[in-house]
Design a protein around this ligand. Structure first.
Ligand SMILES: Cc1ncc(COP(=O)(O)O)c(C=O)c1O
Length: 443
């Protein structure tokens, strides 16, 4: 992987403060900060609050959830990325991505379109609003309602796609495919797609800010860094910076289970590996399932007073596993580990209130009904196929699903779905204008 871009031929390890986005033109201008005395916490506008080496997000020590007598001691610190002004680690990414596009002249006269499971979209929407830029976000319909509401409040045009929680990149993917097709409309003259999965500015954001912040905040003592697989901007950027300081620092990637309910995270058993991931930087991958992630999330609220999103629970659970199992830990006394807390919990309350996430995380948090019949009357393909797939994924082996469709495209789509996924197509009936399919969930 190379981090060079046309506008930024070479990355330097030098840390920089954020250039400001101009208030009227949308152009980036270097402006003096209003606050020359950080203690006053006075800012020219909200963008100045996006974390930087001079204004890092806090590190907070975890005193309860990974302590105890089991395993080796670990001095674990959580980096609270939700204290960025738009609520997540993606504020950094959005700022760098927009700045890169401005510098390359890609925004001139064009609106932005980006697929997002929420946080990048929210940060882009806030920044776009400030610079008068139009933004369309394509978003999987399974993400929490709160995120979609936030996007609309910020003025983004929101297009929901029937999809899973992350924009999984496969031929029928909703969010990424839709964003791509919008970007290609009118020969690419109307929209530009930053594409955080392939954009080196996503990596640069973490190489120039998150990584140096962690190094400075731990006074060079960090031994382990833990973050989730998402677009992989965080892991690649931070890992590259930290390993340049000390090649023995261990980078731990957290991977959710296939079919997970942890927005922002990706399982590479079901999703394409982002182009910006540099796998040579990853020392270990720890798999975490939903129930462990949600249980740890609840413990973080109740034992540490931390209102975090569910992916933080997954990352901290992995730190606990590391403490219990990692050989290197036994040789050192309480090495310092830094785990990322990508976002806060308020945007997930509709998930949490859907039931106790610990007892039945996947089913109770699922937005798809578990009915044995699915009425897709009036829906145009590929919507019925997405709905059917989601429903089948949440049924038990051997159960039967009846699907009613009116779009003729379904006639080829359902047999193809059955063939691809291993579910058995039991019958196809045509009644008037309707097709009725019966599928049995694979054993
Ligand atoms: C909510 C959330 N957003 C994003 C990410 C991933 O960050 P990135 O896209 O930089 O890989 C994570 C990973 O833990 C996350 O939990």
């Amino acid at each position: 992987m190379t981090l060079a871009t046309p506008g930024n031929p070479k990355l330097s390890a030098k840390t920089t403060s954020h250039p400001r986005l101009g208030s009227t033109s949308g152009r980036i201008e270097e402006r003096a900060r209003v606050s020359s005395a950080p203690a006053l916490r006075r800012y020219g506008d909200i963008r100045e609050l996006i974390a930087s080496v001079e204004n890092p997000t806090p590190l907070v020590r975890l005193n309860h959830v990974v302590s105890g007598t089991e395993g080796a001691p670990l001095d674990l610190w959580l980096k609270l990325e939700w204290l960025n002004p738009f609520g997540s680690i993606k504020d950094r990414t959005a700022l760098f991505i927009l700045r890169g596009m401005e510098e390359r002249g890609e925004l001139d006269g064009r609106a932005i379109v980006e697929p997002s499971s929420g946080n990048t979209g929210i940060a882009l929407a806030a920044l776009a609003a400030l610079s008068g830029q139009r933004l369309t976000v394509t978003i999987p319909d399974g993400v929490p309602q709160e995120k979609k509401d936030l996007l609309r409040m910020l003025g983004a045009d929101v297009m929901e796609t029937p999809d899973d929680l992350c924009p999984v990149d496969h031929p029928k993917d909703g969010a990424i495919a839709l964003a791509r097709s919008i970007a290609e409309t009118e020969g690419g003259s109307a929209f530009v797609m930053p594409n955080q999965y392939e954009n080196p500015d996503n990596v640069r954001a973490h190489y120039e800010t998150t990584g140096p912040e962690i190094w400075k905040q731990t006074e060079g003592r960090v031994r382990f860094f833990l973050a989730g697989y998402g677009t992989c901007g965080t892991l690649t950027g931070v890992a590259k910076y930290l390993k340049e300081q000390d090649a023995t620092i261990q980078i731990i990637a957290i991977e959710p289970q296939a079919g997970h309910r942890l927005p922002g995270l990706k399982s590479f058993r079901e999703a394409k590996i982002p182009a910006i991931l540099d796998p040579s930087l990853i020392d270990h991958v720890i798999g975490v399932d939903d129930s462990d992630a949600y249980e740890m999330t609840r413990r973080l609220y109740r034992e540490e007073g931390l209102i975090v999103g569910p992916s933080t629970g997954a990352i901290v659970h992995a730190a606990r596993e590391l403490r219990l199992g990692h050989r290197a830990l036994r040789a050192e006394s309480a090495p310092t580990a830094v785990a990322v807390s990508p976002d806060g919990g308020l945007k997930y309350m509709s998930y949490f209130s859907a039931g106790d996430p610990v007892s039945e995380p996947v089913r109770q948090l699922d937005t798809v009904t578990n009915d044995r019949s699915l009425d897709c009357t009036g829906m145009v393909c590929p919507l019925p196929i997405f709905k059917a797939k989601q429903t089948l994924d949440n049924m038990d082996p051997g159960e039967i699903l009846e699907i009613v469709c009116t779009d003729p495209g379904s006639l080829s789509d359902f047999p193809a779905l059955a063939k691809r996924t291993g579910h058995a197509l039991l019958s196809v009936e045509e009644q008037d204008e309707r097709q009725v399919f019966r599928l049995r969930v694979r054993a």
